[in-house]
Design a binder for this molecule. Structure first.
Ligand SMILES: Cc1cc2nc3c(=O)[nH]c(=O)nc-3n(C[C@H](O)[C@H](O)[C@H](O)COP(=O)(O)OP(=O)(O)OC[C@H]3O[C@@H](n4cnc5c(N)ncnc54)[C@H](O)[C@@H]3O)c2cc1C
Length: 360
């Protein structure tokens, strides 16, 4: 991934062959249980994978993280038939996954989504739901093949009226809108989904009718650990590259690495990377032990994305003009880190989650 990362970012090119290569390595189902065809990695093991991917190319790490995020709820809430039919091709990497929650008027306030899923059928018509509405910022779209879509079945029930649906590219009434023009992770696609009376059979509903919101939140808690790990990798990469540069670049008669002011900064950045890694691995280990991960995953993702942003921003500064150049790949790390402070819950929302735990 690394040798083409700058070019793919510059040309906003999603390279499906990289996803296929990850499938060959077994990464497209690595943290899923062996019972559904996955490799059965612990989540701690998975966080090591994500750290390495994040160190090489955040865009590809995010594509894989979202692919895994879209599968986990199907493991937990799916029927044996859904495991086989839906997860089989995704674990094998022949189908790419996406997670569709955000809408034009509902991001952080996810319970305010408006995409409707109207129950239809019965008697002699097939039973199912008709989806109508728009999703935005959906990572991996339009390249993804399989979408976990959240829509309102009963608007009078608020968050308890939301359902989760397994929707395939090509279903009648499901099309794509604009591509998102992103600041960073530009080799990872994102686009709008448009549903116009899209019929989804009842066999494609995940869980019970009102389970959608719980399904979304539990998936995001897992996904945040994965994103945190990728951020640790990105920060580590920025720090390593800056350290090499400071040891080589001479100014005022000696290498920059001998300037005490810069040495103190580098020490602080190393502390940020280690602290982010510790919180991330703690959250992953808690998930492996079956403990509640809501707060731990928020602490990990908030800390790791803030660390990645700080280390990458300082790396640009330490490289001077070369850091500002689009040819060295350093400014890309800064742009890539920024998004992680926003997706999978903004870092303000993580403050709310942590505060609610402390203060009630
Ligand atoms: C690169 C990228 C990829 C994404 N991929 C996906 C995807 O695959 N699937 C998907 O469903 N969505 C995806 N998203 C959308 C993402 O989840 C939302 O952007 C995010 O949840 C924030 O929602 P919003 O943009 O509507 O901001 P808003 O919710 O409108 O928030 C605006 C600002 O207000 C702050 N804010 C909001 N509420 C509060 C509050 N109560 N207290 C304090 N501050 C608050 C926010 O932190 C933010 O700074 C992606 C976004 C990005 C940038």
């Amino acid at each position: 991934m690394a040798p083409t990362a700058i070019e793919r970012d510059e040309s906003e090119r999603f390279d499906r062959s990289i996803f296929a290569a990850m499938a060959e390595l077994g990464l497209t189902g690595a943290p899923l249980p062996e019972s559904v065809g996955g490799a059965g990695f612990s989540y701690l093991g998975w966080s090591l994978v994500m750290e390495e991917l994040g160190a090489a190319d955040m865009a590809t790490a995010v594509t894989l993280s979202v692919h895994i995020l879209s599968q986990f709820p199907v493991v937990t809430w799916g029927t044996p038939e859904q495991h086989e039919r839906w997860l089989g091709p995704m674990v094998a990497g022949s189908a790419l996954g996406a997670f569709a929650l955000t809408e034009p008027q509902a991001g952080s306030d996810a319970a305010a989504i408006r995409t409707r899923a109207e129950r239809v059928g019965g008697a002699d018509a097939p039973e199912g739901y008709r989806l109508t509405g728009t999703k935005i910022w959906i990572t991996n779209a339009p390249d993804a093949d399989r979408y976990l879509v959240f829509a309102v079945i009963d608007p009078t029930l608020g968050a308890n009226g939301i359902g989760a649906f397994l929707v395939e590219k090509g279903m009648a009434g499901f099309t794509f809108g604009a591509h998102e023009k992103k600041m960073g992770i530009r080799a990872c696609p994102a686009a709008e989904l448009v549903f116009e009376n899209c019929f989804v059979p009842v066999a494609n509903r995940l869980g019970a009718e009102g389970d959608g919101y719980r399904i979304a939140l539990s998936a995001l808690a897992e996904g945040r650990i994965s994103i945190a790990a990728a951020c640790v990798g990105l920060a580590r990469s920025a720090l390593d590259q800056a350290a090499v540069y400071l040891q080589q670049r001479k100014a005022f008669g000696d290498v920059l690495a001998d300037q005490q002011g810069l040495r103190f900064l580098v020490a602080e950045l190393a502390r940020d990377v280690e602290a982010a890694r510790a919180l991330t691995r703690q959250a992953a280990a808690m998930k492996d032990r079956g403990e509640q991960i809501g707060v731990a995953s928020s602490l990990a993702k908030w800390t790791a994305s803030d660390s990645a942003m700080r280390v990458a921003t300082e790396a640009v500064q330490l490289f001077g003009a070369s850091g500002y150049s689009r040819e060295t790949g350093i400014e890309r790390l800064m742009r890539d880190a920024k998004g992680a402070q926003i997706y999978e819950g903004t870092n303000q929302i993580h403050r709310l989650i942590v505060a609610a735990d402390v203060l009630g």
